[in-house]
Design a binder for this molecule. Structure first.
Ligand SMILES: C[S@@+](CC[C@H](N)C(=O)[O-])C[C@H]1O[C@@H](n2cnc3c(N)ncnc32)[C@H](O)[C@@H]1O
Length: 257
């Protein structure tokens, strides 16, 4: 993590953990199909480390696909939510830059909305160390689909205060001897305007904001959406961006597809 401010944001989710568990979107089945395809193996029966597991949204879905999943989470508040909801999933407190596991332990390592809080110069070698040969590192982010007009308008309203997830992470891996594949999975969920506002409030830029400023911004946005969706419901559209990284053992150049 690059700076003190960034580190504070990385752990800001602890302050909104209960709201996070209730309001954040999950991930579509097509994402896990794509993970299996690009990783070249099924999740069923795989030993998977879910890094930055948070309240366990992705962890739970990985387990439902049949993975033997271990959750890794640095934040006390997020870990407490996960522990309360998923008592039987092994949970380890730690972070991606220094994985507290022996070499060759997992078939797959996943980061759902979490890789950008690590330093790839540390977290990628750590992942490659802890993965078994032919293992895969899968990273994904639900990104608001700004091709949809109301999302673009909201983005413009909130842009000075927010920072989007990386559009692509493939170039981060150029210095490493790895094979990188990417995929995008569009999907949406139908929720109330209030749920959408609660979801926004769990994003780190809002979590670290002055509470009065945060309330004003979210109220303004809420009012704009209430005018647009008078029945109180909306389709929250996402482009789920997936990157799967695998070691290259036979040659040293980075390849992409
Ligand atoms: C946006 S949340 C994602 C949570 C969960 N994976 C999900 O899909 O909802 C980001 C998570 O990354 C965690 N995190 C922050 N810094 C981290 C690091 N260096 N290594 C691993 N996880 C980290 C935070 O505590 C937080 O739980």
């Amino acid at each position: 993590m690059a700076s003190h401010a960034n580190q504070a944001r990385a752990l800001s989710f602890d302050t909104v953990a209960t709201q996070y568990a209730a309001a954040r979107p999950d991930y579509p089945p097509a994402l896990f199909d794509a993970v299996e395809e690009l990783a070249g193996r099924p999740l069923a029966g795989a030993d998977v480390l879910d890094c930055g597991a948070g309240t366990g949204i992705a962890t739970r879905l990985l387990r439902e696909r049949g993975a033997h999943v271990v959750a890794l989470e640095p934040g006390a508040g997020m870990a407490a939510e996960l522990r309360a909801a998923e008592r039987e999933i092994p949970l380890v407190r730690g972070e991606g830059n220094r994985l507290p596991f022996a070499a060759d332990t997992f078939d797959m390592i996943t980061y759902a909305q979490a890789w950008h809080w690590t330093d790839p110069a540390q977290s990628l070698p750590e992942a490659l160390r802890v993965l078994r040969p032919h293992g895969a590192l899968a990273l994904w982010w639900n990104q608001a689909d700004v091709r949809v007009p109301w999302v673009a308008a909201e983005d413009a309203r909130l842009a000075p205060f927010t920072r989007n997830y990386p559009a692509t992470v493939a170039e981060l891996f150029a210095p490493f001897s790895v094979h990188v594949c990417t995929r995008e999975i569009p999907w949406s969920r139908r929720i109330t305007v209030e749920e959408h506002i609660r979801n926004l409030g769990t994003h780190s830029h809002f979590a670290v904001m002055d509470p009065i400023e945060r309330a004003e911004l979210l109220d303004t946005n809420h009012a704009a959406l209430a005018r647009l969706f008078p029945d109180g419901n909306l389709d929250e559209p996402y482009r789920c961006g997936l990157t799967v990284v695998r070691s290259v053992t036979t040659h040293t150049s980075t390849t992409r597809s």
